[in-house]
Design a binder for this molecule. Structure first.
Ligand code: SF4
Length: 223
């Protein structure tokens, strides 16, 4: 990798935290389900919902699409917002079954830009969920941007506080080689950074691996 600020960030984070071994999920379909369940909750709650789905032996597209919605809600209840998430899962399953006959291998052979557009048309699938599915389940090179990414990049002045998802994604992708393992690890490292150091209030800059990269006056704040 060429030596740009973003590659320095990556090296510092990787040296500090080591490999993060993402995404937790045994199969591409588990990753897809997990990407929906993890919206607005922590991974521990997702794990409990995933364990229910595993115990019920419904973790494949065909089986899960046959589970009645009330039953699905109960199975995923530990993940929170279970009614909304059940609807979103149903919409996503309908898409996978109708368009790809439940065959994820075929689905992920679609070009990245086409499949991304298709996923974004599914009810409840926003850019972060779509990119998580594409990167972590499909191994397609698209960078997953989340609230942690925004926070770190804005506080350092690498992007404005008014930037939107795609502006930040374009900025990152424009500065890095298009490599799936790199995008995979980078996102995971940023999540670790956001959780452990770059918190919403009172960031722990003094102990942070990126402290030497801060602007002179410290982390920036929105005007
Ligand atoms: S140095 Fe401070 S602002 Fe920068 S990433 Fe670390 S905690 Fe966040």
């Amino acid at each position: 990798m060429a030596d740009s600020p973003l590659t320095k960030v990556y090296r510092r984070l990787f040296d500090a935290f080591g490999p993060q071994h993402w995404w937790p999920g045994e199969t591409p379909f588990e990753v897809i389900v997990g990407a929906v369940l993890t919206q607005n909750t922590n991974w521990q709650n997702v794990e409990r919902a995933m364990a229910n789905l595993r115990d019920a032996d419904v973790l494949d597209p065909r089986a899960l699409s046959h589970v009645p919605v009330e039953e699905l809600e109960e199975l995923i209840r530990p993940a929170g917002y279970f009614r909304v998430k059940a609807k979103r899962l149903r919409s996503l399953l309908e898409f996978i079954m109708d368009r790809y006959n439940g065959d994820l291998d075929v689905m992920f052979q679609t070009s990245l830009s086409d499949l991304r557009c298709q996923l974004l048309e599914v009810n409840g699938i926003g850019p972060e969920t779509a990119d998580s599915i594409l990167l972590y389940a499909g191994e397609l090179p698209t960078f997953v941007v989340d609230a942690y990414t925004f926070r770190v990049f804005c506080r350092h002045g690498w992007i404005g506080f008014d930037a939107d998802y795609h502006q930040l994604q374009d900025y990152i992708q424009g500065a890095l080689p298009q490599e799936v393992p790199l995008y995979n690890e980078y996102h995971a490292l940023l999540v670790r950074l956001g959780k452990d150091f770059c918190r919403k209030s009172k960031p722990k800059c003094d102990l942070c691996p990126l402290r030497a990269m801060l602007p002179k006056g410290g982390p920036l704040e929105p005007e």
